[in-house]
Design a protein around this ligand. Structure first.
Ligand SMILES: [Zn+2]
Length: 1090
C-alpha cells in the first residue's frame, strides 16, 4: 500500500500528463496490492473465496468486481479499509478513470464493475473519504475525461445489438453519471468549464435528453448535473436557447407529482434558470407556470424541510417571473396568487417559514404594483448645498455590503451573534442564490447624487486622502498637522494650562469664559415670543427647573425658573440655522422633558404570531383589493413646494402654542400630523384605514438612506380608540422593536395636568420586511426591501397633541440652553474651572460647543494633571448618547465633592457634547449635511466638510504635540439599536486586522481597567458585550483613528442601548432618562479608578 513514489499530478497538467506519467508497473502494483487487501478482507469475513485464475487480467477483473461488492456491502470495517486504500492518494482514482477511459478494450463487464466502484466511492455513507475522492476527482481534471468516457459509452450503447450487453452498458452509464454528478455538485467551476469546452449542448441534448427519458435510474444524477449548469448565468442562458424549458416540462411527467427529492431538484432548477429574464419568458411559453402550480397543489403532502424548500423555490421562481408585466399578468391570471394565499392561511408555524411569508408579501406587492414607495423620489427633499465642487454621496456602510450591515451602530455585525436565531427578519438562507441578482442591480445604489456647489470652494477631501492612507501612522500624524502654525490657534482652548506674563497661572479661568453666542441675541427677539410667561405644564411649585434629577450624589443643586428657560429656548430656537423647514418649537423639548416614570417595563419579545398576522393581513388586503381609498394626510414634499406656505412659515418667529391648542377637536378632520420642528423628520402620512396610517420618514439630508430615527407630532386625537401606525420605509434589517422596545410618547394634555414627561407606549409592535423594494434601483429585480415598524396606540384625551419618537429626543437647542444654565450655575464656584468655548462653526454655521472642566490649577498641580476627552452624538439618531453626556456634565459640575473633587484634581475634562450638530437639528439618523457618516471621517477629516471632526482631532493633536500630554482616555458616546445594556468597544493590538499591529504588546491592564471598573459600578453595563477588535472597516472611526494616530491606549466607544436592561436587578426594564443619566455618572466614577 505504499505509493509514496507515485507521480504527483497537478490540475494544469491535464489528462495526457496523467497517462504518460503513470507507468504500467505502477498500475499492476496497485491492482496487486488491492487484490491482496481484498483477499484478506474475504478471509476475515469468511466469505467464500473464489480464487481467480492466475493470469493478471483475471485477478484485476476479480479485484474490481470484489471492490464494488465490498464498497456496496454493509460490512463497515472492510468497506472502510478498501475505501481508505483507494483514497490513499491520487493513483487509485487515476487508475480507475484511466481504465474507464480505455473504452471497450477492457471489456464491457469490467468497465461496468469499475463504474460501480466509482459510484460507490462517492456514496455519501463514506463521509470524509468521499470528500477526499471528490477533491481528487477535481484535481485529476475529471471533466474532459468524463466527457470522453460518456461519449464512448453513448456510442457503444447505440451500436450495441445484443440486449444483455446493452443493459450492461446502460448500467455503466448510470453508475458513471452518479460519480460525475457527485463531483460536479462539489465543483464550483463545473458549469464554467462545461461552457469553456462548449459542451453545454452535449450535456443537455446528448446526455440529459437521451438518457433521462430512457432510464429512470438516471434521473437523480442527471437532474443534479442540470442543476449545476442552471446555476451559472452563461450556461443557464445557453440551456434556455437549447430548449431546456421544454425538456423540463417533459421531465415533470416522468417524475410525477408525488413529493420527493427529484421534484425538489426540478423546482430548484427552475428557480435558478428563471433568474435570466429570457428564461422566465421561455418558462411561461412552455406552460411551466401551470406545471409548478400542479406540483404545489399537493403541498399538504409535503413535510418539514421538503415543504420549506419547495415553497422557497416556487416563490423564487414566481418572483423572477413577476419582473415583467406579462409575467405579473400571467401569475394573477392563472390564480397562482390565490393558491399561495391559501397556503399562507395554513402555513406551518415553524419559524423557518416566516421568511417564506415575507417573500410572498414581496411577490404580492410586485404583482399588484405595491412595491414602490409612495414617493415621487426617494432622495430626501431636504437638500443642502455642500461646499465642494461635486459631492459624492457616500452611503456610508451601505454601498457594497449586504443589507444587514447598513446599520446605525458602530459595530453592527458584531451584534449579529446576539439573537440572530431570533431574527424573524433574517435574510436568505444560504441555499438560495437570490442575492446574486441583488448584486447586479445594486449599482444604482452607489450612483453619486450630485449636489452642485454655489460656493465652488476648492477643498477636495480626497485629494491627499488616498495617498495618506497607506502611510505609517507617524507619517500621517505629521501630515495632518502639516498645518503646524494652525495648531497654535488651538492654544486658546487650553488657557488653563497657560502661564501668564507675570509667571502665574490663571487663577480663575472662569473669568474668561464665554457663553453660547445665541444667548447674546436676546435683545433681537420678537416680543411675541414672550408667550411663555405662564407655563401650564408644571405646577407653580415646580416652576423652577432642577438640573439634578437625583441629588443623592450631588451637592450643588441649581434651580432656574422654567419661564426664563423657555424664554432662552425660544431665543436659541429662533437663532439657529436649519436646512429643514421649521414651523414650531416642539413642546417636549421646550418643556425640558424627562421620562415620566422612573421604571417602565419592556414588552415581551414580539410574538411571531403577531408578525405573521400582520404579513398575512397585508397579503390578503393587497390580493383582495383595498376597501379604503388611501388618503395623503401630510406631505413634506408638497409643503416644501408650496411657496405661500413656505414664505409665511419663514416670517413667523418659531414658538410653541400647544398648551393653547389642546382641547380643540374638529370632528370633520381625522388625525393631523406635523414634524416641521427641530429633529423632526416625518415626510408623509397616508391614511389607509379608518384609524390606520402608513408613515414615511425623511432620509438624511442629501441622502436616500438611513431611515430609522423618527420624531413627529399628531393632533386632533380621539380618545380611547386604537390607532395603528406603520412606518413603512425603515432601512435596518432588524430592530429592538421586536425585542421589547416601545416608541416614546409625550402627551401635552398630560403635561398640563401635571403628568409631564416621555413614556414608552404602544402595543402590537413589530418590525418586519415589507414588500417595498428599495427604489434606489430602477430595476425591478432588486430584492433589497424596506422594513415596516408597526405599532398601535390609543390616546387618553380628545383633541390632544401627542409627540411620538424613536427615542428620548435631545435637540441642539436644549443642549445650548442647558449648557448656558449650567455655566451660570457654576459661576459662583471658585474651586472649579468651567470654561465654555465655541470649538468651531458647523457646516451650516451653528456654534459647536466645547467644555473644559477641572478644578483650579496651581503651579504644582498643572504638571500632574491628565486630560480626558469625551465626545458624543456623532450619530444624530443616537439621542441616548446626549442623555449620557448630560449625566456626565451634571456629575462633574454638581456632583458631591468626595467623588468629584478627586476626579477634577486628577483630570482636565475636554468635552464636545454634540459632534453632529447639523444632523441633530435637521432630523437625520446617521449623517450630517454631506450624507457622510462623520464617524467614518476621522482618518482625514476635512476642515470644510467635517469641521467638528477636524477641530476635535486638532484639539487632541494639540494635547499630544504641543502640551506633550497623551490623553488618559478618549471616549465617544453612541447608541446601539440591536443590543441591550451598555458596553465598550476598544482597541487591542492583538485583535487588529493588521499584522504589524500584532507585533505590538497590549497593556491589557490599562485597556481593561475602565471596562472592569464600569462593570463594578454600573448596573447597566455588560462586560461580555465589550469587544476590542480593530477591524479594517473601522479604521476611520474616532475610536480607532485616535488610538492609531495618537497612540491613546484607552480609546473607547461607549455603546448604550436604545432599549434597556436584559440582566441584573433591572432585567426587563426599559432605559429612561434617569438610567441614561446614571450611566453618565457611572462612567465618571469609573474614571477615578483608571
Ligand atoms: Zn453610533
Amino acid at each position: 500500500m505504499e505509493f509514496s513514489t507515485s507521480p504527483v499530478i497537478s490540475c494544469e497538467d491535464g489528462v495526457s500528463e496523467i497517462n504518460s506519467t503513470t507507468g504500467m508497473d505502477d498500475i499492476i502494483k496497485w491492482w496487486d496490492s488491492l487484490s491482496v487487501l481484498l483477499k484478506s478482507c474475504f478471509t476475515t469475513t469468511r466469505v467464500d473465496l473464489e480464487v481467480p485464475k492466475q493470469d493478471s487480467e483475471s485477478i484485476i477483473m476479480w479485484t474490481v468486481s470484489s471492490t464494488a461488492d465490498i464498497l456496496a456491502s454493509g460490512d463497515g470495517k472492510c468497506r472502510d479499509q478498501v475505501m481508505r486504500y483507494v483514497a490513499d492518494d491520487l493513483l487509485g482514482l487515476q487508475i480507475l478513470l484511466q481504465n474507464m477511459e480505455e473504452g471497450n478494450n477492457i471489456g464491457t463487464k469490467k468497465r461496468e464493475s469499475i463504474s460501480k466502484v466509482l459510484r460507490e466511492l462517492v456514496n455519501p455513507k463514506h463521509g470524509k473519504l468521499r470528500a477526499t475522492i471528490i477533491n481528487q476527482g477535481i484535481e485529476l481534471n475529471y471533466l474532459p475525461k468524463s466527457i470522453k468516457i460518456l461519449k464512448d459509452l453513448l456510442r457503444h450503447s447505440s451500436n450495441c445489438k445484443i440486449p444483455e450487453e446493452m443493459e450492461i452498458v446502460e448500467s455503466t452509464i448510470v453508475n458513471f453519471l452518479w460519480f460525475l454528478s457527485a463531483i460536479a455538485t462539489n465543483d464550483s467551476s463545473f458549469a464554467r468549464h462545461v461552457r469553456d469546452m462548449l459542451k453545454v449542448k452535449f450535456f443537455h441534448s446528448e446526455v440529459y435528453k437521451k438518457i433521462f427519458f430512457a432510464k429512470s435510474a438516471s434521473h437523480y444524477p442527471l437532474l443534479k448535473i442540470l442543476r449545476q449548469l442552471s446555476k451559472n448565468d452563461d450556461t443557464a442562458s445557453i440551456l434556455g436557447k437549447e430548449g431546456v424549458m421544454t425538456t423540463i416540462r417533459k421531465s415533470f411527467s416522468l417524475v410525477g407529482t408525488t413529493p420527493g427529492g427529484k421534484l425538489l431538484i426540478i423546482m430548484d432548477i427552475l428557480s435558478q434558470l428563471t433568474k435570466k429574464k429570457t428564461n422566465s419568458t421561455r418558462f411561461q411559453k412552455a406552460g411551466l407556470l401551470v406545471k409548478v402550480m400542479q406540483v404545489f397543489s399537493n403541498w399538504e403532502l409535503w413535510r418539514g424541510q421538503g415543504l420549506l424548500r419547495l415553497s422557497k423555490f416556487l416563490i423564487s421562481t414566481y418572483n423572477h417571473v413577476a419582473r415583467t408585466p406579462s409575467g405579473r399578468k400571467a401569475i394573477i391570471k392563472c390564480d397562482a396568487i390565490l393558491q399561495i394565499r391559501k397556503f399562507c392561511d395554513a402555513c406551518p408555524s415553524e419559524r423557518s417559514f416566516d421568511e417564506v411569508l415575507m417573500r410572498i408579501s414581496g411577490l404580492v406587492a410586485t404583482c399588484y404594483h405595491k412595491d414602490i414607495l409612495p414617493l415621487d423620489k426617494v432622495e430626501s427633499p431636504i437638500v443642502f448645498q455642500v461646499p465642494d465642487a461635486v459631492m459624492k454621496v457616500q452611503d456610508c456602510g451601505s454601498s457594497s455590503d449586504d443589507e444587514g450591515s447598513d446599520d446605525g451602530d458602530e459595530d453592527d455585525d458584531k451584534s449579529d451573534d446576539n439573537g440572530s436565531d431570533d431574527d424573524v427578519a433574517s435574510s436568505d438562507d444560504s441555499g438560495d442564490k437570490d442575492k446574486n441578482n441583488d448584486n447586479q442591480s445594486s449599482d444604482d445604489d452607489m450612483e453619486p447624487l450630485k449636489v452642485r456647489s454655489k460656493l465652488k470652494l476648492s477643498t477636495r477631501r480626497s485629494s491627499t486622502g488616498d495617498h495618506q492612507q497607506s502611510l505609517p501612522s507617524n507619517m500621517q500624524r505629521q501630515s495632518i498637522s502639516s498645518q503646524d502654525s494652525k495648531l497654535d490657534s488651538y492654544k486658546k482652548f487650553f488657557t488653563e494650562f497657560e502661564v501668564t506674563k507675570n509667571g502665574l497661572f490663571h487663577r480663575k479661568v472662569t473669568e474668561t469664559k464665554s457663553t453660547p453666542m445665541a444667548m447674546s441675541l436676546a435683545s433681537l427677539v420678537d416680543e411675541n415670543l414672550n408667550e411663555t410667561s405662564k407655563p401650564k405644564g408644571i405646577p407653580r411649585s415646580e416652576h423652577k427647573y432642577s438640573w439634578i434629577t437625583d441629588n443623592k450624589d450631588c451637592e450643588y443643586v441649581y434651580w432656574t425658573s422654567i419661564t426664563e428657560l423657555r424664554r432662552q429656548y425660544s431665543i436659541v430656537a429662533n437663532s439657529i440655522n436649519h436646512v429643514a423647514p421649521f414651523v414650531k418649537i416642539p413642546y417636549p423639548d421646550f418643556a425640558f422633558a424627562y421620562s415620566q416614570k422612573s421604571v417602565e417595563n419592556m414588552l415581551p419579545t414580539t410574538d411571531r404570531a403577531l408578525l405573521r398576522s400582520k404579513i398575512i393581513s397585508y397579503i390578503s388586503r393587497t390580493v383582495g383589493g383595498e376597501s379604503f381609498k388611501p388618503k395623503v394626510i401630510y406631505s413634506l414634499d408638497s409643503l416644501l413646494t408650496n411657496t405661500e406656505e413656505n414664505s409665511s412659515a419663514k416670517q413667523k418667529p418659531l414658538r410653541n402654542r400647544d398648551e393653547k391648542e389642546i382641547g380643540n377637536y374638529n370632528k370633520r378632520l381625522g388625525l393631523e400630523f406635523e414634524s416641521r420642528f427641530e429633529s423632526g423628520n416625518l415626510r408623509k402620512a397616508i391614511q389607509v384605514g379608518e384609524r390606520d396610517y402608513d408613515l414615511l420618514i425623511t432620509s438624511d439630508v442629501n441622502s436616500r438612506h438611513h431611515n430609522q430615527w423618527f420624531y413627529f407630532q399628531v393632533s386632533n386625537t380621539v380618545n380611547d380608540k386604537m390607532y395603528t401606525f406603520n412606518i413603512i420605509n425603515c432601512t435596518k434589517t432588524n430592530s429592538l422593536f421586536n425585542y421589547g422596545m416601545q416608541p416614546l410618547y409625550y402627551s401635552v394634555t398630560d403635561a398640563t395636568k401635571g403628568k409631564a414627561g416621555w413614556q414608552r407606549s404602544g402595543h402590537s409592535i413589530c418590525y418586519y420586511k415589507n414588500g417595498y423594494k428599495c427604489a434606489t434601483s430602477k430595476k425591478r429585480n432588486c430584492s433589497k426591501v424596506y422594513h415596516t415598524l408597526s405599532f398601535s396606540l390609543s390616546f387618553a384625551h380628545k383633541g390632544d397633541i401627542v409627540y411620538i419618537a424613536y427615542h428620548l429626543p435631545y435637540p441642539y437647542t436644549r443642549l445650548m440652553v442647558e449648557l448656558n444654565a449650567m455655566l451660570k450655575a457654576s459661576e459662583s464656584r471658585d474651586d472649579i474651572i468651567v470654561k465654555y468655548d465655541t470649538l468651531c462653526q458647523s457646516l451650516n454655521k451653528n456654534e459647536v460647543p466645547l467644555l473644559t472642566i477641572t478644578s483650579q490649577l496651581d503651579e504644582r498641580s498643572v504638571n500632574t494633571r491628565e486630560i480626558i476627552f469625551l465626545t458624543s452624538r456623532v450619530h444624530p439618531g443616537e439621542s441616548n448618547a446626549n442623555w449620557v453626556m448630560k449625566g456626565i456634565l451634571e456629575f462633574l459640575l454638581f456632583g458631591k465633592t468626595s467623588h468629584v473633587q478627586a476626579l477634577l484634581k486628577k483630570y482636565v475634562f475636554k468635552i464636545v457634547p454634540m459632534l453632529n450638530v447639523e444632523g441633530v437639528i435637521n432630523g437625520c439618523h446617521r449623517c450630517g449635511l454631506t450624507s457622510e457618516d462623520l464617524n467614518r471621517c476621522w482618518k482625514m477629516p476635512s476642515e470644510i466638510l467635517h469641521p467638528t471632526i477636524f477641530h476635535t482631532k486638532m484639539l487632541i493633536e494639540y494635547c499630544c504635540k504641543i502640551l506633550n500630554l497623551t490623553p488618559a482616555l478618549y471616549c465617544d458616546l453612541h447608541g446601539h439599536s440591536r443590543r441591550k445594556n451598555c458596553f465598550f468597544y476598544g482597541c487591542s493590538f492583538s485583535k487588529s486586522w493588521q499584522n504589524k499591529d500584532k507585533l505590538e504588546l497590549d497593556d491589557s491592564k490599562c485597556l481593561l481597567s475602565l471596562p472592569e471598573s464600569m462593570d463594578r459600578i454600573s448596573s447597566a453595563f455588560c462586560l461580555s458585550y465589550c469587544n476590542y477588535d480593530v477591524r479594517k472597516s473601522r479604521e476611520t472611526t474616532a475610536r480607532v483613528a485616535v488610538w492609531r494616530d495618537y497612540r491613546i491606549p484607552r480609546s473607547y466607544t461607549l455603546e448604550c442601548s436604545y432599549c434597556g436592561f436584559d440582566r441584573g436587578q433591572f432585567k426587563g426594564i426599559a432605559f429612561g432618562t434617569n438610567h441614561l443619566l446614571e450611566i453618565g455618572k457611572d462612567l465618571c466614577k469609573s474614571c477615578l479608578e483608571l
